[in-house]
Design a protein around this ligand. Structure first.
Ligand code: GLN
Length: 308
């Protein structure tokens, strides 16, 4: 830590702060299985580079990580393709909803960034081309990131999303019409839905993202996942694009790179310091966890543990 601060106390105070706030927002009911989640849940877990972790609330309960998986699929594809990956997907904020089609036409099938659905679908296409068994190998990749051999997809959530994932089907076919999808769209989407369905706790998520706080290396043993330059770029993308058309608001309020998912999870990274995973299922109108954002804003303001 670059500042002596009682962060456990700060976490407890931020937890009390959000517990007293009105719980606004709504569950992501466009995926039927996600509409069944208990919306009163709240968990938070911090993993520090100095080895002192701390969690609170429902931090050990599994939830669907949804778009947080986009950072993990990108990391794996970046490992495989290196800088050539940016020929397939851009690095600019979209200023549009996560499932928007509008910029694809202007940009001839090159998604604005890898953290909106269109970009993540292209990243999944890259992994389908690169890997023999993408579903199995991606799961193993995430398990290895933080030594979590028990991690699993939720087949129920993946098939629930598949049953009504019309916008993602449209996105994938539209991108293919520009030649930026190499494989069969249904194979790419099956993998995409499964990756989104990964079930993790706040503790597991914050540990899994530790390499992004540690210059691309696993915290436990220093094993290199990506280079420090790649880790810088992944953090930069989370800072500018991690919250769709609310990325500016997250940077403004929280002051950290991060990534959200419609399961209500948020991961935030303070490079060289800590990772934080928060979970509260109710989403604001932009599709980001309402109380999760409030918690992180309060925590970084209270503790001054922010990159700015
Ligand atoms: N699986 C979700 C979808 O494609 C992920 C969206 C999200 O978490 N923002 O709609």
């Amino acid at each position: 830590m670059n500042r002596v601060v009682n962060y456990q106390q700060c976490i407890k105070e931020s937890y009390q702060y959000v517990k007293n706030l009105p719980s606004k927002g709504a569950l992501a009911d466009y995926i039927p299985e996600l509409a069944r989640v208990d919306d009163s849940k709240f968990g938070a877990y911090m993993t520090n580079l100095d080895g002192e972790d701390f969690g609170i609330g429902d931090d050990l309960e599994k939830f669907s990580i949804q778009s947080i998986s986009k950072v993990l699929t990108l990391t794996m594809a970046y490992q495989k393709l290196g800088e050539k990956i940016w020929e397939r997907v851009d690095v600019e904020p979209s200023g549009a909803k996560f499932d928007s089609l509008i910029l694809l036409d202007t940009n001839k099938g090159i998604p604005r960034n890898p953290f909106i659905n269109s970009g993540a679908i292209v990243v999944c296409d890259i992994l389908v081309s690169q890997l023999g068994d993408p579903k199995k190998e991606f799961l193993q990749f995430v398990r290895d990131l933080a030594d979590l051999p028990e991690l699993e997809y939720s087949k129920e959530i993946a098939s629930s999303e598949k049953s009504c994932g019309y916008r993602n089907v449209a996105l994938c076919n539209y991108i293919k019409s520009f030649g930026n999808i190499e494989n069969d769209p249904s194979e790419v989407l099956d993998f995409y839905f499964l990756a989104c369905s990964l079930m993790m706790t706040c503790q597991e998520l914050s540990q899994c993202f530790g390499f992004l706080a540690n210059r691309g290396r696993r915290i436990a043993d220093g094993k290199k996942i990506v280079s420090s330059s790649q880790s810088k770029r992944l953090n930069a993308l989370m800072m500018t694009c991690g919250f769709y058309d609310e990325s500016g608001e997250f940077a403004f309020g929280v002051g950290l790179p991060g990534k959200s998912g419609v399961g209500g999870g948020i991961v935030a990274v303070y490079p060289k310091n800590y990772t934080f995973a928060v979970w509260s299922p109710k989403l604001n109108l932009k599709g980001n966890s309402y109380l999760g954002m409030k918690f992180l804003e309060d925590f970084t303001t209270r503790s001054e543990l922010t990159i700015f």
